[in-house]
Design a protein around this ligand. Structure first.
Ligand code: FES
Length: 158
C-alpha cells in the first residue's frame, strides 16, 4: 500500500522557513512602510507643534527664577489688583511665595531688612520669612501660595 494521503514534502529540520506567497510579502512590506511613516510622522508632528506652540503656562507669572537669588531677601512684587506677592528663594530650586497682604486689615507688608522680617506699616504687625506672625495684631500668618516653575519662570498656580 502506498502513502498517498500524506502529500506534504519532507522538510529538513534546519531548513529555512518557506517564504510566504509574493502577495503576502508585498502586504507585509506595505504595512511596515505604513507603520514606519506613522511613527516618523507622529514624532515629527508633535516635536514641531511643541516647538511652535509651547505649552501655555498655568497661573500668574511672578518672574524669572534668576530674579530670586538664593539667600537674598524676599522680593516684594508690584501689586496686582488687590493682591501683592513676596517671593524668596530657599535654594535648590525651591521658593516661598507669600501673599504680602497683611491678615489684620489688608495693608501691604514690607521687608524690614534690619530686623530680617516682614513689617506691616499700619499697626506694626511682624511676620517671619515663612509668613508666621511674630508680633502685633495680625490674627493669621501670611498665606503661603502654591506655585511652580515652568522653564526658567516662576508662576503662581491657577
Ligand atoms: S493692617 Fe497690618 S498690622 Fe494691621
Amino acid at each position: 500500500m502506498s502513502n498517498t494521503e500524506d502529500q506534504t514534502p519532507p522538510v529538513a529540520p534546519d531548513a529555512p522557513a518557506p517564504l510566504p506567497p509574493p502577495e503576502n510579502r508585498l502586504r507585509r512590506q506595505l504595512m511596515k512602510g505604513f507603520v514606519g511613516t506613522l511613527v516618523v510622522g507622529a514624532v515629527t508632528y508633535f516635536g514641531w507643534t511643541r516647538y511652535l506652540f509651547p505649552p501655555r503656562p498655568h497661573g500668574l507669572r511672578l518672574g524669572p527664577i534668576a530674579d530670586f537669588a538664593p539667600g537674598a531677601p524676599p522680593t516684594l512684587l508690584p501689586p496686582t489688583g488687590n493682591a501683592q506677592y513676596a517671593v524668596q528663594s530657599t535654594g535648590q530650586g525651591e521658593f516661598i511665595v507669600l501673599s504680602a497682604v497683611c491678615t489684620h486689615q489688608g495693608c501691604s507688608v514690607g521687608w524690614d531688612a534690619k530686623a530680617g522680617n516682614y513689617l506691616c506699616p499700619c499697626h506694626l504687625g511682624r511676620y517671619d520669612t515663612s509668613g508666621k506672625v511674630l508680633s502685633g495684631p495680625p490674627p493669621r500668618p501670611l498665606p503661603a501660595l502654591p506655585h511652580h516653575v515652568q522653564g526658567d519662570t516662576l508662576y503662581l498656580n491657577s
